[in-house]
Design a protein around this ligand. Sequence first.
Ligand SMILES: [Zn+2]
Length: 247
Amino acid sequence: MTAKRPRPIRSGKGRVDLDEAIYAEISRAILHGQLQAGTKLPEHKLAELFDVSRERIRKVLHRLAAERRLEVIPNRGTFVPRPSGDDVRVIYQAHRVFEAGIIELLVRTMDDSIMARLDAHLAAERDAARRGDRAESVRLSGAFHLLLVDALGNSELSRFSRELLSRSSVMVSVYEPAQSSVCAVDEHGALVDALRQRDLTKALALSREHYDHIEQRLKLDQAVPRHQDFAAVFRPVAASERRSRNR
Ligand SMILES: [Zn+2]
């Protein structure tokens, strides 16, 4: 992170809703680990920074809180989550148990079209890693696990997996050092190979170890920051987005 003010966000579409632009910018900062766990997000500061009303900021913060990416503490404000060791343990246990069930079903229902989708996804993950495109790697590594679930065609399981992933993504963003928030591509590859061989025992072990590794990389001993330079974190919304502000 540099002290220099980053360039404005550009959507490329010209006219994009200002709320969406601010929402996307705060989401990006959370997911890229640029906001430390426990940081307070003061409405007045963000309103000043994005040059919008406090009401608009409040609306965006509430949306992020509803998605459990932020925490609202009554009478105190909105904060970047600071999940406890127990929170982390519970979520990763849920991940392991949930994916074990997914894998058990997948091994039985696996077909060529699912295999082809997984192989294409792995190729994209490897490509992003080669290019050093961290943002894309982070997105694809989450998408890999969703792809396993979505292959079953059960909308309830798909919905649940997204909720679980959004909880753990926040944990990875705030507790994984040096923004290295990427699943190991090789571990995904080994899991896909085990599925291809319909080797249930191996696939279950690989999935369990994969989540163990992610959980072990989290560093929970981060101190609450005294000061966070929001101007260095958030990019101002560009003029093109701003046109929709009075809608
Ligand atoms: Zn993974």
